[in-house]
Design a protein around this ligand. Structure first.
Ligand code: ATP
Ligand code: MG
Length: 289
């Protein structure tokens, strides 16, 4: 069974005037189909306003489709009785940690989710400790979240979701407020959760390098799915991606330029190592390092 299944999803933001009539309708998602398998790591890319956050908010029932449907682990998000279970299955991390942190002490904040789920006290503390260790925030367990930097707060927010042991985590630009170190730490954590614990990850990001680690990349444009495939397949389409106002990873761009100048290197290079190997092979006709 798919972890997430989206069928013909349309979503319109509707503004009403004072009389309650529809004053404005803005189609944010336009007939999206998408399946995400259990254990998969999917990155979603797209320019500002392409519908990424609207899509993410459908993935734990924060928004309901105007048309079409979405199922989380087989549960239709339009089924109100399932909403609690859906939110337990699919945890959400947003861009701005200030809106997500409610506790006045870090460890209490992280424990809030499992407590709400009725997890026994002793296990709550174990989960809090493990989650804080995973995001590198254990040293701050007794701190007030107000005193943390944006990046640290975001790691606490991620720990809060992890402590609920969801089967799927949806992260909407979770690294947007972090410095490069914080970013790689968070991405490493998310990848470990995916690889070691088998958690399904949906990562919305503006950083192409983060998407390069995913099993699959989905590119959104004007509320539609524009491209979908492995990072290599998607980033091989350098011109299509650049025409739609996005970038490809720096090393992919460099490889693309060299290839355009006539060097015999493959499309869709994703790492410096791959580029180095390809260059060596191109110059010596030998692939060994
Ligand atoms: P960003 O990269 O800036 O986060 P996004 O890809 O997440 O953008 P969305 O926030 O999903 O895009 O927005 C999709 C479309 O819906 C945009 O045209 C946006 O202006 C519109 N929109 C988003 N939220 C609302 C809202 N609350 N009311 C009306 N229109 C909205
Ligand atoms: Mg967004």
């Amino acid at each position: 069974m798919s972890m997430i299944k989206i069928k013909d999803l349309i979503y319109n933001y509707i503004k009403h005037d004072e009389e309650g009539n529809v004053a404005e309708e803005n189609r944010a998602l336009d007939d999206v189909d998408l399946k995400i398998n259990e254990g998969e790591f999917v990155a979603i890319l797209g320019r500002n306003g392409s519908g990424k956050s609207t899509l993410a908010k459908h993935m734990n029932g924060l928004l309901l489709p105007s048309e079409g449907a979405i199922w989380i682990s087989g549960m239709d998000t339009a089924d109100e009785d399932k909403l609690w279970k859906i939110r337990q299955t699919a945890g959400m991390v947003f861009q701005n940690p200030d809106n997500q942190i409610i506790g006045s002490v870090v460890e209490e904040d992280v424990g809030f989710g499992p407590e709400n789920l009725g997890v026994p006290t002793e296990e709550i503390w174990q989960r809090v400790e493990k989650s804080l260790e995973e995001v590198g925030m254990i040293a701050y367990r007794k701190s007030s979240p107000n005193r943390l930097s944006g990046g640290q707060k975001q790691r606490v927010a991620i720990a809060g979701v992890m402590a609920m042991k969801p089967r799927c985590i949806i992260l909407d630009e979770p690294t947007a407020m972090l410095d490069p170190n914080g970013r790689s730490e968070v991405i490493r954590t998310v990848r470990e959760l995916n690889q070691l614990e088998g958690i399904t990850v949906v990562l919305i990001t503006h950083y192409m390098e983060e998407a390069a680690h995913a099993d699959r990349v989905v590119v959104m444009k004007h509320g539609c799915k524009m491209l979908e495939g492995s990072p290599r397949e998607v980033f091989a389409q350098v011109e299509v991606i650049k025409d739609s106002g996005l970038d490809v990873p720096q090393v992919t761009e460099l490889a693309y330029r060299l290839r355009k100048r006539g060097l015999d290197i493959p499309e869709g290079i994703l790492s410096t190592q791959e580029l180095t190997d390809a260059l060596k092979a191109a110059y010596t006709g030998c692939t060994s390092r």
